[in-house]
Design a protein around this ligand. Structure first.
Ligand SMILES: [Zn+2]
Length: 251
């Protein structure tokens, strides 16, 4: 692994001093590559913290434009960005913040068709969408590609997150849900969202991603649910469904 430069030693001093990270962990982060699907309420803080931590390459995918109603939780954007591409605004900000991080922006949606190109060369995928169909597509395509992914969702005053292992030994997203029913697929636009809830889910995903990108393991297949309004946190193991179409598939 490449030695850290003097500037990098200074920049990352506060995390390199942690025994959990150390020089080797920092070097691994600088050589890692992650795909963040979505540049909204989860994607903005995720990308900012992962670039801040020195993740070497961040691929950002989103085809949305910044809207006024995004600003309470999509903290990388300001009023002057309204109407501009989210990934372009976010990429500019990340590049100015940390030149160590190479930003690869994709102004397109993640789906089964675009997945092959999007997944190429990455170590990990992070879901920062608000779409069940996108999560099902991430689940199927990353399993075929042999990649782990971290799901995250934030609606109203509650959030959820799960880390799925590459081989889906501990179950998959399809074990939880196989088809996006219209009523269940309502996103923040219909249901509402309190900004800090998205931030909390993104931070949980960020720390999990940092562990994985440093080559450490995490607690796979645990569905974390946090109700931020009542302060209640729960966690449960996903039950691997015997009839799960993805777990049963061989390709
Ligand atoms: Zn499954």
């Amino acid at each position: 692994m490449a030695e850290l430069t003097d500037k990098q030693l200074t920049r990352y001093a506060r995390q390199v001093i942690l025994p959990e990270v150390d020089l080797e962990g920092q070097q691994r982060l600088l050589e890692s590559s992650v795909l963040i699907v979505g540049a909204g309420g989860l994607g903005c803080p995720l990308a900012q913290y992962l670039a801040g931590a020195g993740v070497g390459r961040i691929r950002l995918a989103d085809n949305d434009l910044v809207e006024l109603s995004n600003l309470p939780r999509q903290v990388a954007f300001s009023e002057s960005d309204i109407g501009r591409s989210k990934v372009e605004v976010l990429a500019g900000q990340l590049s100015r913040a940390n030149g160590d991080t190479e930003i690869d922006l994709r102004v397109e949606k993640f789906d089964a068709r675009s997945a092959g190109d999007m997944l190429s060369g990455v170590d990990l995928v992070i879901d920062a969408t608000d779409s069940l169909q996108a999560r099902l597509d991430i689940d199927s395509t990353t399993r075929r590609a042999g990649l782990p992914w971290i799901m995250g969702s934030a609606v109203r005053v509650a959030g959820q997150w799960v880390a799925f292992d590459a081989g889906r030994v501990y179950g998959c997203y399809h074990c939880l849900i196989t088809e996006p029913a219209a009523a269940d697929n309502a996103g923040c636009a219909q249901l509402g969202i309190l900004g800090p809830v998205a931030g909390l889910v993104a931070m949980q995903q960020s720390v999990t991603a940092i562990r994985l990108l440093m080559g450490l393991t995490v607690r796979w297949g645990i569905l974390h649910v946090a109700d931020l309004w009542s302060g209640e946190y729960t966690a449960m193991s996903i039950t691997k469904r015997l009839d799960c179409p993805l777990c049963l598939s061989t390709s």
